[in-house]
Design a protein. Structure first.
Length: 172
């Protein structure tokens, strides 16, 4: 395990400071994604049962007031199921932007080396180019992983929300 951590730290050092920022953003994004998956697997069914029980416990379900209560129950459940989804979407969008920031940061290093050495030190310039490309790659990989996970969680949330709406009937 010590070998893996050494390789990881060497990779992070090659990518520069922006790579640490991307790693922190990726950690937060996946923490929120796992929280939503956990909620959808274990918490949502309980919340749906409570809402349906509350709705079915009403004596009257056809009046204007009953429809407003139904809309409120559905809205509250949707707020619960969609919690953190906008934040996840924002973090996914930030990943490639931080990768581009890393690119700019690395290119500034390249230009600084060119200014100091007069452009003759190709090895030093290669290190700056490497520092520029690693965060770009990391930002794109992080964004791709988040796009797929966000699509999965959003699709399930939408389907479950529609299921709840369909089960709060007004016909009896």
């Amino acid at each position: 395990m010590g070998g893996f951590s050494e390789v990881l730290l060497a990779f992070m050092d090659k990518g520069g400071e922006v790579l640490w920022l991307i790693a922190a953003l990726l950690f937060v994004m996946w923490t929120l994604i796992f929280e939503r998956v956990w909620y959808l697997k274990f918490g949502w069914k309980n919340d749906v049962a409570k809402v349906i029980t509350q709705w079915e416990g009403r004596g009257e379900r056809k009046s204007w007031e009953a429809r407003q209560v139904r809309n409120m129950l559905i809205s509250q459940a949707r707020m619960q199921i969609n919690q953190y989804l906008p934040m996840i979407k924002t973090l996914v969008a930030l990943c490639p932007l931080l990768g581009l920031l890393g690119t700019v940061w690395g290119m500034i290093e390249v230009f600084n080396i060119m200014a100091v050495t007069g452009g003759g030190d190709a090895k030093s310039m290669a290190g700056g180019v490497q520092q520029a490309t690693i965060p770009t790659m990391a930002g794109m990989v992080a964004a791709l992983s988040g796009v797929f996970a966000n699509t999965y969680v959003t699709r399930i949330a939408q389907r479950e929300s529609e299921f709840l709406q369909d089960n709060l009937t007004t016909d009896h």
